[in-house]
Design a protein around this ligand. Sequence first.
Ligand code: ADP
Length: 418
Amino acid sequence: MSSAFVPIGHEPAEAQSRSLLAPVGLSKNQLFLSAPIPIMIEDWSRVYSSILDLRKSGVIDIDAWLDAHPDAIEELRALHSFVDANDAVIELFEAGTKAAFFDRARQLLPADRTSNVAVYRAMLEGHNACQSERTLVTFSGKKVPIVWRCALPDYVDGYRHLCFYAFDVTEQREYNDRMQTMRAEMARSARVSLFGEVAASILHEISQPLSATRISADAALRCLENDVPKIDEAVESVRDAARWARDATEICRRMRGFLGKVPVHSVLTSAEDTIDSALFLISPEASSRGINIERNVDTGLSVFADPVQIQQVLANMLLNGIYAIDSNDGAQRNLSISAKRVDTGEVLFEVKDTGVGMDAHILESLFQPFFTTKANGMGMGLVVARSIIESHGGKIWVESTPQVGTCFSFTLPVSDNQ
Ligand code: ADP
């Protein structure tokens, strides 16, 4: 493949056409260069020919075909070349100059299946436009999510100068992240306040069998304390008491079932992915409070667990850490999360913060239902966390020093494949 390109600004002067729509004195090329939207001109003509050949050979599902030909993305990319980029592209990539940008263009815009397939599919199906998204990495290493759009002609020559318009969607992404965090928080609070309501109704239900048990037991005692003990009646009352006690136990069992002992759907789960999804949920909360997050995960580590439940446990611990740091006057605002394999063969997760910490009195009540020191807390997060970890066959514990910080730890069984 030729990596050579002919930037429009380098064309012979006579080749630079003047648009009828361009104001007098402003060439089409100048309009292109100074457009406030990043525009890339790319040559996809050879890719288009290949896609037409595929269509002729009967391919109709490009995704299925790519699944069967995993090298094709790179091979098709090699048929593509960059032609030109306007000033807004150079700025977006923080490249400084056009020459510097084109020196690294192929590394900066490598083949990307999701993004490239959008073009192939549109070519194959004969659409006149396509769009997709990808994340760019600029010269300084900054990640910029973009949505791009491109109009497609219906003749090969038109594919020599395809214009790709890019829209920086960083702000929308941040907004979406924040919305997602809020949704996650709302889901958590909804679940937690549901616990409150359910607990109240269960307390109401349980008080009846409990007082019936006491009444039957008192009656049995009276029968036995009689001058002539009424054994038969006493036995009957003890039976009643036992029945009422069984009812109470059943209600307790149902309550325990509700409080987190939902069925565990354990699968081979990447510790890294689970930690990243928990971090994804809480990172806007941390960054808006200037909290630095450190992540330390052994690569390739897997556990046998329900990823959603473990993510819930981690996100709750991380949020607790954030609030604890926010309530501490200390100079350090660090939150760290780690996962590593330990001698027992299990995987140890730790969430550590430099927050207010807890004294012995708080530590004693920490895993009790409805224990909270927060004005709006429900005190169910750690109860649910413990229930989830124990139902996975793991252990959970905490170490804390007032005004220094807290470390929550839990273990999970390692996947069988390791
Ligand atoms: P909630 O967050 O609704 O209070 P939790 O069960 O998650 O419920 O936490 C219970 C209590 O434990 C919190 O109110 C707080 O007092 C204490 N706690 C939990 N995590 C930490 C932490 N990292 N640092 C200090 N205190 C904490």
